[in-house]
Ligand binder design. Structure first.
Ligand SMILES: Nc1nc2c(ncn2[C@@H]2O[C@H](COP(=O)(O)OP(=O)(O)OP(=O)(O)O)[C@@H](O)[C@H]2O)c(=O)[nH]1
Ligand SMILES: [Mg+2]
Length: 693
């Protein structure tokens, strides 16, 4: 395995939803002979889109990995989701990849989804190729899409081929470097070479001129030769383009149609020519957890092991599968590695090379590989696996923030715990989910990137763990408080057969500032109530305040002063004083101008400039208060306080108002008095609920 790291490629396909990434990946695999038949997304035969949730929706939900051999190169490829709901998986794959092939639809052009994955690839400085796909579709327009790529993605896009014909008449491409036309031949891997069609000669010449300039500019020796001779050999062009691509100075653009086997045989070559080997990506750097110092390792099989787990798949039967990318060193089957992130050794048996739906057991894997092992005990997504002797922790994978929250209710009563435990397993698989239990509303809350994300997760839960749930908007945790000060008597007296019950208290209730909670003050003098019963009075109030008199929500921000009372030598007891306190508290609340409080969220909404007016208007319409607006590049960041009840389903509205460009984060900020009309409605609803019980 040694010495060949330069002939390894590690890349992921990225692009907007439906641009043809999975189809193209299937075509590459089939074209290179890694699969024996061409998998298709449309009939469910794709080896990459194989999960039932993916087949049902005809989209990629979960990234999938495979590998092929092409002209002495070993290529590890990942296919990623383009849909907004599942971009967390795409980002994790970009975190570990060496390069990307960006698939753009020849009709739709650059979409918001393209911009999103492009900017993530920028963050990781990934060299990339662009493939303009679906040249066979009606209204396919190579030049228009090229223009959009340059303008919207702000990149030097350099076509290395031009299409011959378009739409139904799309027949092939002219390779600008070899200056040959390649036409579909009926074979999956071979194109028929021929002369450049006459009507394309001028365009080819002009574009080739640009291409030579770009190639020459990458290298001082080349530019000298180019200036002297005005020409470069194909090898020199490849070399120049490769350097410029790896530096990120420009991006070579290819085109084709996966449906007609057109274009991707040249993409197989281009991946080998222009995309980096692990060696080109340079040393991998991490932190030594013991010495607290930076460690750098060569991407070499002879270096110590460094691999990062970037994905975990939960399987109810086979256990967890940890998917990783190896940066340096070699991972062997049946061995022990160190999980440097958690400082624990992890032992495993078989080592797998991923093949989409399937896995192949292999004795070892080296730099650049996407591999997997099952049943690691402590390892989770993001962890670094290393050798015992050279521990290091690689940079963490940034999690996606959940935007949408639903309450989960098991379809079968009594399955709450099962729902909780099986969801916890799914979260290991998908860190963009968050699961919490709201102590106040008693609901299980699931947060995710979007509603399709949550729905698909619920389907997966049913398939993998046999648990079915209903999804509902979460309940709003309202609260109650008092606005007036009152003095009341709370008395509990019962005379029955034997020993009676007697407790008598005088309480003063008064409001406290927001956020103060509950205070109890004992001002009993002269033994009006014996000391031992006073904690019982407090306990009675502390319990009673959990269900307020208006709508049953907890009562907050008030003080109760116990200032007088009476007792009975025989009949008084802890219990009697507890009940007396509770009765007095309830009576006091009724008289002290009780009000309903609603939770106010702090929202930070990031939207393109042109949507700002619309978004602010919408927040005002939701009873929001805009606190400020700040520019962040071409985006505007709006900060606002908005009642929680108005933004339970904010994500879909934001998405439709901004064409998918807007994002937001929110967190609880404080409580405020609910407006009377709303309070009345909530109190009425609570009454109905109570009667049902
Ligand atoms: N006409 C035409 N259709 C294509 C081509 N490539 C893919 N398609 C179709 O486009 C649709 C989407 O293709 P996918 O390969 O699933 O696209 P994707 O980018 O993987 O989609 P997501 O994973 O959901 O983001 C499918 O119906 C494909 O058959 C092409 O070259 N020409
Ligand atoms: Mg796909």
């Amino acid at each position: 395995m040694s010495g060949k790291t330069t002939q390894i490629r590690n890349l992921v396909l990225i692009g907007h939803g439906g641009s043809g990434k999975t189809s193209l990946a299937e075509a590459l695999l089939f074209g290179a002979g890694a699969t024996s038949r061409l998998g298709k997304v449309d009939d469910g035969s794709s080896v990459l889109d194989y999960e039932p949730e993916e087949i049902k929706r005809n989209i990629t939900i979960s990234s999938a990995f495979h590998h092929y051999q092409w002209k002495k190169h070993t290529v590890y490829v990942g296919d990623t989701p383009g849909d907004d709901n599942f971009l967390a998986d795409t980002r994790a794959a970009l975190h570990v990849a060496d390069a990307a092939v960006v698939v753009v639809d020849a009709v739709d052009g650059v979409k918001v989804g393209t911009e999103k994955v492009w900017s993530t690839a920028n963050q990781y400085r990934l060299p990339r190729l662009v493939f303009i796909n679906k040249m066979d579709r009606e209204r396919a327009d190579f030049n228009q899409v090229l223009k959009e790529i340059r303008e919207v993605l702000e990149v030097q896009a350099v076509p290395i081929m031009v299409p011959i014909g378009r739409e139904a008449g799309f027949k092939g491409v002219v390779d600008l470097i070899s200056q040959k036309a390649y036409l579909a031949s009926g074979s999956a891997t071979k194109l028929e070479a021929g002369p450049i069609p006459d009507d394309l000669k001028d365009e080819v010449e002009a574009l080739r001129g640009d291409l030579l300039n770009f190639a020459a500019e990458s290298d001082d020796v080349l530019i000298e030769k180019f200036l002297e001779e005005g020409e470069l050999t194909p090898e020199e062009i490849y070399q120049g383009l490769r350097v410029g691509t790896l530096n990120g100075n420009f991006v070579p653009v290819l085109c084709g149609a996966t449906h007609n086997n057109l274009g991707y045989p040249l993409l197989l070559d281009a991946i080998n020519f222009y995309l980096p080997s692990p060696e080109d990506r340079g040393q991998i750097k991490g932190q030594d957890p013991v010495k607290q110092a930076e460690v750098a390792l060569d991407p070499d099989p002879d270096s110590p092991l460094a691999a990062q787990v970037f994905k975990t798949v939960a399987d109810p039967y086979a256990g967890r599968l940890s998917i990783f990318r190896i940066y340096s060193g070699v991972m062997n089957a049946d061995s022990t590695v160190l999980n440097a992130t958690r400082a624990v050794p992890e032992r495993f048996g078989q080592l797998f090379l991923l093949e989409g739906k399937g896995q192949k057991a292999v004795p070892s894997l080296g730099p650049g590989a996407f591999g997997a092992v099952a049943k690691l005990k402590e390892t989770v997504t993001g962890d670094t696996l290393t050798s015992e002797a050279t521990p290091l922790i690689l940079p963490a994978i940034l999690p996606s923030r959940p935007m949408v929250t639903f309450a989960l209710e098991p379809k079968k009563q009594g399955e709450e715990d099962k729902v909780f435990s099986s969801f916890s397993k799914l979260i290991e698989e998908d860190p963009s989910l968050a699961l919490t239990r709201n102590a106040e509303t008693k609901e299980i809350l699931l947060s995710g990137v979007g509603s399709v994300h949550i729905e698909a997760t619920a389907e997966k839960l049913k398939r993998k763990f046999g648990v079915e749930v209903n999804l509902k908007p979460p309940k709003v945790p309202y609260r109650e408080t008092i606005k007036g000060t009152v003095k009341v008597q709370g008395k509990h007296k019962r005379q029955s057969g034997g020993r009676g019950q007697y407790g008598d208290t005088w309480l003063e209730l008064e409001p406290l500032p927001k956020g103060s909670g509950f205070e109890f003050v004992d001002k009993i003098v002269g033994g009006a109530i014996p000391k031992q019963y006073i904690p019982s009075v407090e306990k009675g109030i502390a319990e009673a305040k959990n269900t307020g008199i208006l709508a049953g929500f907890p009562v907050v921000d008030f003080r109760v002063t116990l200032y007088d009372g009476t007792f009975h030598d025989v009949d008084s007891s802890d219990m009697a004083f507890k009940i007396a306190g509770s009765k007095g508290f309830k009576k006091g609340c009724e008289q002290a101008n009780p009000t309903l409080l609603e939770p106010i969220m702090k929202m930070v909404v990031t939207v393109p400039e042109e949507n700002m007016g619309d978004i602010i208007g919408d927040l005002n319409g939701r009873r929001g208060r805009v606190l400020g607006v700040e520019a962040d590049g071409r985006q505007q960041v709006v900060t606002a306080h908005v009642p929680m009840s108005e933004v339970l389903l904010y994500a879909p509205d934001l998405i439709s108002k901004t064409g998918g460009r807007g994002t937001y984060e929110m967190e609880f900020d404080h409580y405020e008095e609910a407006p009377p009309h709303l309070a009345e409605k909530i109190i009425a609803e609570a009454k109905v609920e109570k009667e049902k019980e």
